[in-house]
Design a protein around this ligand. Structure first.
Ligand SMILES: *Cc1c(COP(=O)(O)O)cnc(C)c1O
Length: 395
């Protein structure tokens, strides 16, 4: 019983700081209108930025993938789990990255979390390597850096000059700079072209986690590198396939030699069962939509929703930091206030999650509003009105 009492004390401490998290049970497909714990809500929380998770063509492709390839892959990629569907997906993704990479090759993994562990542990496997990690990086990059044998230095958010000084002062044999492209709790972009220039001057890798950019940024949705028009042999790109692509999984794209090293060395790639091939098959349908006319229309609609929301919000006390992406944070401050506002929205049938430390810095608890191309302009106006009223009523 002492063991359980110890755990319960830890849980009580979380509760005392308003840090207990609860899961809500959703019925039906991921969409703006969902039944959540039995209630109909208008949701602003998914990362399904293009509305592809419930797209009929993607669902049909998943069904077709299951009939072609069955339910599971049966083994890891290096044993017998690497199916034709994975191979075609990787070839398609490599073609996509040709404008941005030298000798582009792509590798598909089960999740973005594992992809980040794979990159940082394989590239940072030697003790004389150094990982330079942006202060607001995603937890999976922080964990990848911890798991690597390389040393780790954190550079201040968006501060290229500080990073450059650190690179110049470092005697590491391998230098690896790693950053989110779109910061997941703030929605702003990293200064990728300036970061790349610094990396090229100092012979460093630039690892770009484009979880929130792939499918959304760039003229044809190919992500942050397309958005900025970047190309370099120093780039290692990670895109997730469970957000804008609407299915699940992730890929790494880089020079063919980097990908070959990952296949040989990256434990989060080697020691896990390959994702069901049907997912890879469904992703081919997602990619066709993202890269085609419909993808362009969905991105244009999303841009209009973002402008509409920002144009309609009028805050005196809360903050709406600059963000041109689908992630629109409303910074409230204390954990309790953020929770209270989220609960008031919920009473009105609106689902916007409160994000608290340790996900964000203490004192910056916020609502993380995410928009999707499957929202309507009316949906966004309704949310803006509710937020404006709650802010006015706030003490
Ligand atoms: C979601 C996310 C990941 C993890 O991707 P999954 O496929 O969900 O595991 C990695 N990096 C960032 C910035 C993310 O937002």
């Amino acid at each position: 019983m002492n063991l359980i009492a110890d755990i319960d004390r830890k849980l009580d401490a979380l509760a005392a700081h308003s840090l207990i998290r609860r899961r809500r049970v959703t019925d039906g497909a991921c969409a703006p209108r969902q039944t959540v714990d039995g209630r109909d809500l208008l949701a602003f929380c998914s990362n399904d930025y293009l509305g592809l998770a419930a797209h009929p063509q993607v669902i049909e492709a998943l069904r077709e993938g299951a009939s072609l390839y069955g339910a599971g892959s049966g083994a890891s990629h290096l044993v017998s789990g690497h199916s034709r569907a994975h191979q075609i997906l990787e070839e398609r993704l490599a073609e996509w990255m040709v404008p941005n990479l030298i000798e582009a090759r792509a590798l598909s993994l089960c999740t973005g979390y594992m992809a980040n562990l794979a990159i940082l542990t394989a590239l940072g496997q030697d003790a004389d390597a150094m990982i330079f990690s942006e202060a607001l990086n995603h937890a999976s990059l922080i964990d990848g850096a911890r798991l690597a044998k390389a040393g780790v230095s954190v550079y201040p958010h968006g501060d290229v000059a500080a990073l450059e000084a650190m690179l110049a002062a470092s005697a590491a044999a391998t230098k690896i700079v790693v950053t989110d492209s779109v910061f997941s709790m703030d929605g702003n972009l990293a200064p990728l072209p300036e970061l790349l220039a610094a990396c090229e001057r100092h012979g460093a890798w630039l690892v770009v986690d484009d979880a929130h950019g792939f499918g959304v940024l760039g003229r044809s949705g190919r992500g942050a590198l397309e958005h900025f028009g970047m190309k370099s042999p120093n780039l290692i790109y990670m895109g997730t396939l469970g957000k804008a692509a609407g299915v699940g999984g992730a890929f790494i794209a880089a020079h063919a030699s980097v990908i070959e090293l990952l296949i040989q060395r990256a434990r989060p790639y080697i020691y896990t069962t390959a994702a069901p091939p049907a997912l890879a098959h469904a992703l081919l349908a997602s990619l066709a939509i993202i890269g085609g006319a419909e993808g362009a229309q969905r991105r244009a609609h999303l841009a209009k929703l973002i402008d509409t929301l920002r144009g309609a919000l009028r805050f005196e006390h809360w903050q709406l930091p600059v963000s041109h992406t689908a992630i629109q944070p409303v910074i409230i401050g204390s954990n309790d206030d953020a929770l209270r506002v989220s609960a008031s929205l919920h009473e009105q049938g609106l689902w916007v999650p409160a994000i608290r430390p340790p996900t964000v810095a203490p004192g910056t608890a916020r609502l993380r509003v995410t928009l999707s191309a499957s929202h309507t302009l009316d949906d966004v106006t309704r949310l803006a009105h509710a937020l404006n009223e709650l802010e006015k009523a706030a003490p």
